[in-house]
Design a protein around this ligand. Structure first.
Ligand SMILES: N[C@@H]1[C@@H](O)[C@H](O)[C@@H](COP(=O)(O)O)O[C@@H]1O
Length: 256
């Protein structure tokens, strides 16, 4: 596990985009695993900027998103399909056929789950998976539970997750109660994992991710066993980590 602590959210976002961008430059046919939530928005802004400057090209890139709400129409402005269009896909030269997001509207959700994992495998697996983290240490929508789920599945959202995500909806009642998510197993199979966290409210989840017991009650703790994980956090999210365990990236605050 490599931990990079950035001065603030802005430098964290730049650093994350540089890591994803360098993967794309080295392998223009990369398969990217993408995340939603507030945290990766800054990284997406930086990737769009890098694309506009001609540094990176999405024409041969494939993307797989982690999750989607269950039975929320994709044209709803809170769906993750909508989020991805608004925050990345509408501004880059990605081929729409290369975008994969779980279909929470599927009439046969079991088939949807199995085929999503097969699609990832058939495309050679994910080269770099971007993750945010919930306050309760969920990754994707893998909530704290009694066993790590292997593949893509439907999950009932924790009340705390619904409350945290209610800020994007008009009211808590509108937040779906279920979601479809890649399993911790599907996430773990990614060749490289980039976990992003910003703010004091993520400090405990990051502490438990790095030092905690590996348990499905802290879904992100499984990352301790992965061979290539980079955690990028700002100072607030890193506030409970031991300084000897991380690299401080002061210089990234100076990049324009
Ligand atoms: N399913 C997403 C997660 O993938 C994300 O990591 C989490 C944290 O979101 P935020 O970055 O807004 O704190 O929110 C949602 O629950």
């Amino acid at each position: 596990m490599r931990i990079i602590v950035c001065e603030n959210y802005e430098s964290l976002s730049k650093k994350a985009a540089q890591i994803v961008g360098s993967q794309m430059i080295l392998e223009p046919k990369s398969v990217l695993g993408l995340a939603t939530g507030g945290t990766p928005i800054g990284m997406y802004k930086n990737l769009i900027k890098m694309y506009e400057e001609g540094l990176i090209d999405f024409s041969k890139i494939k993307t797989f998103n982690l999750d989607e709400y269950y039975k929320l129409p994709i044209d709803n402005d809170q769906s993750y399909h909508y989020f991805m269009d608004e925050n990345l896909f509408n501004y880059i030269n990605i081929n729409r056929e290369n975008i994969y997001i779980p279909n929470g509207m599927s009439d046969d959700i079991e088939v949807e789950c199995v085929s999503y994992d097969q699609l990832i495998d058939n495309n050679g697996g994910i080269d770099i998976q971007v993750l945010g983290i919930g306050n309760n240490a969920h990754i994707g929508f893998n909530e704290p539970t009694i066993n790590f789920k292997k593949g893509t599945h439907v999950v009932t959202l924790d009340e705390s997750t619904r409350q945290a995500n209610a800020r994007f909806f008009n009211s808590l009642d509108e937040v779906p109660t279920k979601a479809i998510t890649m399993g911790t197993g599907s996430i773990f199979k990614s060749k490289k994992i980039l976990l992003l966290a910003s703010g004091q409210n993520k400090a405990e989840a990051i502490y438990n991710t790095v030092y905690g017991k590996i348990t499905p009650e802290v879904p992100s703790s499984i990352l301790q066993l992965h061979k290539d994980v980079i955690i990028i956090v700002d100072k607030e999210a890193a506030s409970r980590l031991n300084e000897n365990d991380y690299e401080l990236m002061k210089e990234y605050t100076k990049i324009k």
